[in-house]
Design a protein. Structure first.
Length: 229
C-alpha cells in the first residue's frame, strides 16, 4: 500500500501523513479541473461555453446553447474524471482506507471541477462528477441520489432542484450506510463538505427557485447561442 511505503521511507509519521494527504489532494484535484463543457465547446465550436447562456461551464448550459450533438463529450469527460480521481484515491489509501479514499478523492475532484486551475478557477457546478462519485461510493447512495435527482427533475423540470436535493441526500445516505465504520466521522464530514460545495455552487439557483424565476429544462435539438446573462 502506498501509504505504508511512504511512511517507511520518510520515517516521521506526521510529515509522511502530511505528504500523503497533500499529494493525494493534488492528484485528485488535477483531473477534476478538466471541464467537459469547456473542452467540448473549444474542440467542436472554437468557443468558450462560459461566454454564452448562464455562463456556467456545465452540461445544462452546454445543452441549452449547442443542443444534444456533443453532450456525450461533456458527460464522458466529467464522469470519467471522477472515475480517475476515485481510482487514485483508493489506490493511494489502499484497501484499509478505501472508503475514506473514495470520499477524499470525490471531494477534491469536485473542488477541481468548480475551481479549475486550467480555466482561471472558473468551472461548473459539479453535478456530473458528483453523480459519478455517488455511483463509485456505494450503490445504495447512488440509487437514492440519482433517484431523487431524476424524480424532481422529471416532476418539476428544474435540474437545479434535483441537483440540490441529490446533494443533500449524500450525508443522509452516508450516515445510513457507513455509520458503523470506524472512520465514519471523517467520511461523514467529507460528505457534508461535498454537499455544501454543490449547494454553494447553486446559491443563485436557490434564490431563483425561491422567487419562482428559475429556468425550467426544455428538450430541443439546438438553438442559436445567447449572450451571457
Amino acid at each position: 500500500m502506498i501509504v505504508r511505503d511512504i511512511l517507511s521511507m520518510v520515517g516521521d509519521p506526521i510529515l509522511a501523513s502530511a505528504l500523503i494527504v497533500l499529494g493525494a489532494a493534488a492528484l485528485c484535484y488535477i483531473p477534476g479541473g478538466v471541464n467537459g463543457a469547456i473542452v467540448a465547446s473549444h474542440v467542436f465550436y472554437g468557443e468558450d461555453i462560459r461566454n454564452f447562456g448562464s455562463g456556467n461551464a456545465g452540461l445544462t448550459n452546454f445543452y441549452r446553447i449547442y443542443g444534444a450533438r456533443y453532450v456525450w463529450c461533456v458527460i464522458l469527460v466529467d464522469m470519467g474524471k471522477a472515475l480517475v480521481a476515485v481510482l487514485l484515491g483508493t489506490w493511494i489509501f489502499g484497501p484499509e482506507g478505501a472508503v475514506f479514499g473514495k470520499y477524499f478523492a470525490g471531494f477534491f475532484c469536485i473542488v477541481g471541477h468548480m475551481f479549475p486551475f486550467f480555466y482561471r478557477f472558473k468551472g461548473g457546478k459539479g453535478i456530473l462528477c458528483s453523480g459519478m462519485t455517488l455511483i463509485l461510493l456505494d450503490w445504495r447512495i447512488a440509487l437514492v441520489g440519482w433517484g431523487v435527482f431524476a424524480l424532481l427533475w422529471l416532476a418539476t423540470k428544474y435540474v437545479s432542484l434535483g441537483s440540490i436535493c441529490a446533494a443533500v441526500s449524500l450525508p443522509v445516505m452516508t450516515w445510513a450506510v457507513y455509520h458503523s465504520e470506524s472512520d465514519f466521522p471523517t467520511i461523514f464530514t467529507l460528505s457534508l463538505l461535498m454537499a455544501a460545495l454543490v449547494l454553494w455552487a447553486h446559491r443563485e439557483n436557490i434564490k431563483r427557485l425561491l422567487t419562482g424565476t428559475e429556468n425550467k429544462f426544455q428538450w430541443h435539438k439546438g438553438e442559436p447561442k445567447k449572450s451571457k446573462t
